[in-house]
Design a protein around this ligand. Sequence first.
Ligand SMILES: C[S@@+](CC[C@H](N)C(=O)[O-])C[C@H]1O[C@@H](n2cnc3c(N)ncnc32)[C@H](O)[C@@H]1O
Length: 415
Amino acid sequence: MKLSGDIQKRQSELTALTGDEGLWTELECDGQRFPVIAKEFWTFRQRQASSLHEISYRACYKPQLPRFFIERLTIPDDMVYDPFGGRGTTAIEAALLDRRVISNDINPLSQMLAQPRLTPPSREAVSERLAIIPRITDEQCDLGMFFHPDTENEIRAMRRWFIERRESGAFDYIDAWSRMTATNRLTGHSPGFFSVYTLPPNQAVTRKSQIALNKKRGQSPEYRDTHALIIRKSRRLLKYLSDQEQKNLRTASETARFLNCDARHTSKIEPNSVSLTVTSPPFLNVVQYKNDNWLRCWFCGLDAESIGKSITMPSNINSWSEFMADVLKELYRITKPNGHVAFEVGEIKKGSIKLEEIILPLGLNIGFDPLGVIINIQNFTKTANIWGVDNNSKGTNTNRIVLFKKRSFIHSQQL
Ligand SMILES: C[S@@+](CC[C@H](N)C(=O)[O-])C[C@H]1O[C@@H](n2cnc3c(N)ncnc32)[C@H](O)[C@@H]1O
């Protein structure tokens, strides 16, 4: 079903959301015109995001992005969804705001990083748990290019503990939190990580590259007290959580669902049940999720090879469009009438490919009403840089979001 409708109506709906200040332009598609508004909507204008988000993940977005849409398009208890959950930015922000959540990702690592943050244990509970986890194993060490032998022993002992706890059914929320925190501390570029200096934690290099890096920098791994670093990171993650936020997280955790499906096939989600989806999909093959996460997967007892095969990495725009058409079809099925989908797309190949121009007609063809495109222009930051995408101009970076609405049938007839 194609919707007619006019640009003024869409612009007034978009204005209600964004305010009318900003640079307005238009996008033409299928003979219709759609408003585009550009402004710095979030990042520096909004208050600091919760420290609970500070788990790194390739191509994650800032929590202010989902917050912008959750606050404006939903009310407490509404269902918020992300089909490409990653580190869980949408789910955690929605839970902090007292919404119900579903988070999906084809990579099971996503759930391991996201779900524990809905049930954060006390720092004392983490310390007590770590105190009973052994620090030595009889396993063969072979990660000496990253870790001091004593550190590697601790990591291997911890890894084994979590696997055995899972197998015996004893694995609980304190283990889940400790594993999530340890996973995030495995490798990085400061003494706050278990490894010698290497790439940021979301981008593990190969053994061979690390050997070369050590040689180039004249470095060798020093001992790191893994338990002390987990406790320190836990303290930082939990530092600014208010009592109300903790209560909201607890409530959300009772109904939260973490799925491990292909975003095109999420039959476990009921039709017409989601009020808002906020998401950013994989972009062509710019991020190598398998290679970047091999060490994290190993630690969590996951098979990076098979995960790598299931992750969608379209090599060209045509296959990306086909994939996205199927994802949007599924999103249409699960979205409530009058619900929204905020679809964040990157600007790739130095801005020569604007993915909003591809996504917008796909959504339109499926039956969504595209209210328009919201472009957040922000000063360049480190997090924005991990897209692995070139900035179109020095010192700035943009998020481009196509906002779709699923009209109720009666309303769409009137447009
Ligand atoms: C751009 S990242 C999302 C990052 C997320 N917004 C965050 O803040 O962490 C895209 C995610 O899509 C996942 N993915 C790739 N192919 C998928 C598929 N077919 N179905 C579901 N998830 C998929 C990847 O594992 C990756 O976590």
